[in-house]
Design a protein around this ligand. Sequence first.
Ligand SMILES: C[S@@+](CC[C@H](N)C(=O)[O-])C[C@H]1O[C@@H](n2cnc3c(N)ncnc32)[C@H](O)[C@@H]1O
Length: 248
Amino acid sequence: MNSFKYKTLFKVISEQTDLPDNAVIADLGCKDATFLLAFQEAFPEKIKSAVGVDITDKRFKDVKHKKPIKLKVMDCSKKLKFADNTFDFVFTKDMFECVSDKDLLVREIHRILKPGGVVISVNCDWDSVTYNGENKQLISKALQAYAVTKQPWMDDLDSWIGRRMYGFFNKSNLFESSVSVYNVVETDFTEGTFGYDLSMDIAWLYKENTGALKEKEYNEFIDNLKSAQNKGLYIFSKPYYIYKGIKK
Ligand SMILES: C[S@@+](CC[C@H](N)C(=O)[O-])C[C@H]1O[C@@H](n2cnc3c(N)ncnc32)[C@H](O)[C@@H]1O
């Protein structure tokens, strides 16, 4: 995994990933296939073929292709264009909240997994993300606005998706379910960290005129984070729920 910030999260995920020999794997909502490539690097002897799908091919050009990755455009809100019992392992990260019919996706993941196949679904619980800083009300407002404001490419948005993921799969009775949480904690507001990158993403709320956060409020929010950093008070925390299901 080249991305420094995802290294620890991927380590926690890969420790829960037990692939058979000649594994056939998929990543749903793969974007630039960062995680698919990481699985390939972590389990080079095990993976026979890997496919990444996304609703858009916008980021496929950024993928440094390594055999045997295939990339396909596919809408995971609909019936997946894969045959029954195709995969040993299905991975999906931060895509589930964008899909409107989550029960359908759960059933589809079950259908495309081989008997005994494993799904790992990793989702940030956006309503549990925190920064420390002086202006509590403003920081909470910026985070809450980001958590609940739907971006154009999302069919749906659920800021509680992390805590809800276990239930979506478990209530289907199609999987042996377990869940764990990996919490990112950072004490430096510097480029390339989760906290810094999120604070930059939050700018879209005023840039796209969503009405959820004014430019003045955004600038004050960033000043709060910088000031917290300068005074040694900065903390950023972000929980990733890691759901693991074994096909019954
Ligand atoms: C927040 S990004 C996460 C990307 C990647 N899984 C990661 O964690 O680095 C969400 C991805 O899901 C994709 N996506 C959103 N809705 C989708 C859908 N209905 N079907 C397939 N992909 C979808 C988006 O295009 C985007 O690449």
